[in-house]
Design a binder for this molecule. Structure first.
Ligand code: ZN
Length: 281
């Protein structure tokens, strides 16, 4: 499918390949050799960028919204790591599952920065530079990012990295070599799978929840009880809890299924209106 095609495409054939090359170089400096981890996809300009620490994070937190937004905007997904520390699944398999999940959601592309799983740091210069390069290369108007209070340390670090990078990407002289300055106009934080937030914004995802279920089902290595050692993630009640949370959020806005987001400051009304406008309006 399209997303898998893009995730296996050479980075050298894209205008953003240069930025990706710098990211790869940054990884190599940290002891990751060339060719390790999943292949990088072709990043491209997008309207909305959803950023997560691991493959499956954005699906769990806001997959229904991504499918909703993909019907009216160009949506990209950026995984900071390949999830190589996971109890089950290899990075290669997780990359294939992530590509399939992206196809289920209908987003334009998905890429992985191959930063080190388990060692994301919000104050790391090279990691921030990698995220800044990605933001400048893809110029998203809206950035969806993890919530800072997520108990998973990688998720919290990804939240800090994303927020820092979203600001620094607009500072022209900060790593000027990585591209023209760009700053997303709207940042929204989605909840981690173990977080119960009182959202500032709730999106009705009833119509696209099937795509979220299909995307999560693509991650058999993580969520299927038949795939190996039992983990919390592979229990039926884990996925039921995710959907239960989404049902509870939906109930707050009088619909069946919803996804909640937290504001990182005053929400710019015009940007929200643009983001959620019906494509047939
Ligand atoms: Zn995660």
């Amino acid at each position: 499918m399209r997303a898998r095609d893009e995730i296996t495409r050479s980075q050298s054939d894209s205008p953003t390949g240069e930025a990706l090359g710098r990211v790869k170089s940054a990884n190599s400096l940290r002891g990751r050799g060339e060719g390790e981890g999943p292949p990088l996809s072709k990043m491209a300009a997008c309207d909305v960028l959803a950023l997560g620490a691991h493959p499956d994070d954005v699906e769990l937190g806001c997959g229904g919204t991504l499918a909703f937004l993909a019907r009216r905007h160009r949506v990209g997904i950026l995984d900071l790591t390949a999830g190589e520390l996971a109890t089950r699944g290899t990075p290669e398999r997780r990359a294939r599952e992530a590509a399939d999940a992206a196809g289920a959601l209908g987003v334009a592309w998905r890429a992985c920065l191959s930063l080190p799983d388990g060692a994301l740091r919000g104050d790391d210069e090279a990691q921030a530079a990698a995220v800044v390069a990605a933001l400048r290369a893809t110029t998203p108007r809206v950035l969806l990012l993890p919530h800072a209070d997520d108990p998973h340390p990688d998720h919290a670090a990804a939240a800090a990295l994303a927020r820092r990078a979203a600001f620094l990407a607009g500072v022209a002289r900060w790593h000027a070599e990585s591209g023209a300055p760009h700053r997303p106009r709207l940042l929204l934080a989605y909840p981690g799978p173990r977080q119960l937030l009182r959202p500032d914004l709730a999106v009705d995802v009833t119509a696209t929840y099937g795509a979220k279920r299909a995307a999560l089902a693509a991650y058999a290595s993580q969520f299927s009880p038949a795939e190996g050692a039992a983990t919390h993630l592979s229990t039926a009640y884990y996925m039921a809890a995710v959907e239960g949370r989404d049902r509870a959020v939906g109930n707050t806005i009088a619909c069946e299924l919803g996804e909640g987001f937290m504001a990182l400051g005053p929400l710019p009304g015009g940007e929200l209106a643009w983001l959620l406008a019906r494509s047939d309006a």
